[in-house]
Design a binder for this molecule. Structure first.
Ligand code: H91
Length: 608
């Protein structure tokens, strides 16, 4: 991909490493140059999107209308001839899914804190006339303050006549889909969301899914019967609430209105769930407007007018990021062109990060001092886009998306009341997916090595994954459970971001120093090289392909047909107090529950 595709985004943001991939998108960490705030940038290639393009339009339109404390904020949309960039609120805590599995399951108290936030977000979404239709723990992210933010509105719907109107598209992830949706009946979006929330609450409290099997049809049958097991640790009040949400007949299902003051959600709280937005778009913050008018040397009135247009351009982004800065108790100040702090004088400039710099620096995420260009202060809009045909503005026919996430069955070691659950024998071929890894040809994507760049002995071939846990003895099972629990339990501190220069050195010659985090497994080893070698041996044994980059192993699994089914990273790192080696893991692509089992399998084979 030509570097030119990134010119526009690099005017306003410093792009950093890829933090995830969601189906057809790549998500990168970035920094907004004017505010210095971290953001997540979802990057999509228009050509590659193909039939999924309408989904992107749906997501952008929905996110422009939704402004809520528990919904990931959209700041900026940049469309070029080839790419669509969505600049989003950054959530350093990652997915709720990873958090649940790191603790096996959540206590009722902790589940309640999260579930109140989920109910708040969904009540707001429904109040705005939308149904989300893809609620699952992978679509809830944890922010800096340990609050949840709902993402992925690509499957959401806003029926023309209001939410009481029926929908027909069957979408979302099978395991979370409501019975009426699976049957292909016309359904009410809000009722289907309540069912998915029931599945989600079950996953929070149990650490596995209520309706699960190796075979998708079997999952559908279980959903239609509506019978699920009730592990012994579930309290009667949790069981009752789950039963009210997981009613096969949508008319018998509890409504959001009743959820807001349901006794289970009120336990330990004096108030009903607050669902109204704390950040309605109609109200503009005085301090942020003042700072913008001083910075741009324009009257408050003209700034107010510009912000109120809500074009999701640099003006919207700067305002929203200033507002988020203020909400976190930081100074409402805009920076000059240099991020390195040499110059903080306010100038009316459009930042233009040199194309050449981006090419050279992307490898190690260093950013050279951007070249600046003076422009008239009112012309902050990107003129370069003027001639580009906008896909987002065009009316597009609605294409029905195919069901998205493959499902997988979770293993269960607990006593169950209604259904006997056998451990799964998952083979890699049993989950479908996705696009094969593309060779990264865009120079800003140098953090992903192509196979050609890898030493031959560091690569291995894919055969079949043995994720069958039935043959594992119970002591080993306990160890597996511990891998995600143990020391990192409760430690939800954010991995300290390394400065670019530090990063340059550490990713190559020595492991990074990281803080304990729920995505980091603590080991008893002190020698990082020994740990690295051990992981490499296990990966080879499990037929997981990998690319080594310093102490990071970029891993992927393939189906029998050669398609990449899962992508994840394992990084050997150095922990402090006690000074031991840790293993950071991050899922980039693939089914979350299948990933969970693979991680348990790999890490239990290491000396952790
Ligand atoms: N899953 C459905 O992995 C598989 C950190 C991280 C931090 C983020 C902010 C926004 C988004 C993702 C973030 C993120 C996709 C975001 C928002 C919207 C959206 C998409 C992503 C993954 C993709 C990467 C995500 C998690 C979900 C991390 N991610 N680590 N901040 O549509 Cl609205 Cl795709």
């Amino acid at each position: 991909m030509a570097v030119g595709d990134y010119d526009e985004i690099l005017k306003y943001y410093e792009l950093r490493e890829t933090i995830g991939t969601g189906g057809f998108a790549k998500v990168k960490l970035a920094r907004h140059l004017l505010t210095g705030e971290k953001v997540a940038v979802k990057i999509m290639d228009k050509l590659a999107l193909g039939d999924d393009l309408p989904r992107v339009k749906i997501e952008i339109d929905a996110m422009k209308n939704l402004s809520h404390q528990h919904i990931c904020r959209l700041y900026h949309v940049i469309e070029t001839s080839k790419k669509i960039f969505m600049v989003l609120e950054y959530c350093p805590g990652g997915e709720l899914f990873d958090y649940i599995i790191s603790k096996d399951r959540l206590s009722e108290e902790e589940a309640r804190v999260f579930f109140r936030q989920i109910v708040s977000a969904i009540a707001y979404v429904h109040s705005q006339g939308y149904a989300h239709r893809d609620l699952k723990p992978e679509n809830l992210l944890i922010d800096e303050e340990h609050n949840l933010k709902l993402i992925d509105f690509g499957l959401c719907a806003k029926p023309k006549g209001g939410l009481d109107y029926h929908l027909n598209t069957c979408c979302g992830s099978p395991a979370y889909a409501a019975p009426e949706l699976i049957q292909g009946k016309a359904y009410i979006g809000s009722e289907a969301d309540i069912w998915s929330m029931g599945v989600l609450l079950y996953a929070l409290l149990c650490g596995f899914l209520p309706f699960d099997d190796d075979n998708v049809m079997a999952v559908y049958r279980k959903i239609m019967r509506g019978k699920y097991s009730i592990p012994k640790w579930l309290s009667p009040s949790s069981t009752l609430l789950l039963n009210q949400m997981l009613q096969v007949d949508p008319k018998k299902r509890i409504t959001v209105k009743h959820l807001l003051r349901h006794p289970w959600l009120l336990q330990g709280y004096s108030d009903a769930v607050q669902w109204q937005s704390k950040y309605p778009l109609g109200h503009l913050d005085e301090d942020c407007v003042t700072e913008l008018s001083v910075f741009h040397k324009q009257s408050r009135e003209s700034i107010l007018e510009l912000i109120s247009e809500w074009k999701y351009d640099q003006m919207s982004a700067t305002y929203l990021l200033l507002q988020s800065k203020k909400a976190r108790g930081k100074r409402v100040r805009l920076r000059g062109p240099s991020l390195r702090g040499h110059s903080s004088t306010k100038q009316s400039v459009v930042l233009e990060h040199s194309r050449h710099d981006a090419q050279l620096d992307a490898m190690e995420f260093t950013l050279s001092t951007p070249v600046t260009r003076k422009v008239a202060s009112k012309k902050h809009e990107n003129k370069e886009n003027a001639g580009t045909e906008s896909v987002l503005r065009n009316e597009m026919p609605f294409a029905l998306p195919a069901p998205k996430t493959p499902f997988a069955k979770s293993h269960m070691e607990t006593q169950v009341q209604t259904i006997p659950v056998q451990a799964p024998a998952i083979k890699e071929t049993q989950f479908t997916t996705v696009t094969p890894i593309k060779k990264p040809t865009d120079p800003t994507n140098t953090d992903e090595l192509t196979p050609a760049e890898v030493l031959p002995e560091r690569r291995c071939n894919s055969v079949e994954l043995d994720l069958n846990l039935t043959h594992v003895d119970s002591s080993q099972k306990k160890r597996k459970a511990k891998i995600f629990g143990s020391l990192e339990r409760g430690l939800d501190k954010v991995i300290t971001m390394l400065t670019p220069s530090k990063k340059k050195r550490s990713t190559r010659d020595r492991p990074r120093k990281l803080k304990a985090h729920y995505n980091v497994t603590t080991t008893q080893l002190q020698n990082p090289d020994q740990m690295l070698n051990e992981i490499i041996t296990i990966l080879s044994k499990k037929h997981v392909e990998y690319v080594q980059k310093g102490y990071t192993l970029k891993c992927h699994t393939r189906s029998d047909f050669g398609k990449v089914t899962m992508e994840f990273e394992l990084e050997v790192c150095q922990l402090g107090k006690p000074e031991v080696v840790g293993i950071r893991r991050q899922r980039l692509k693939g089914d979350a529950w299948v990933y969970k089992r693979l991680m348990e399998d790999i890490l239990s084979s290491c000396q952790v």
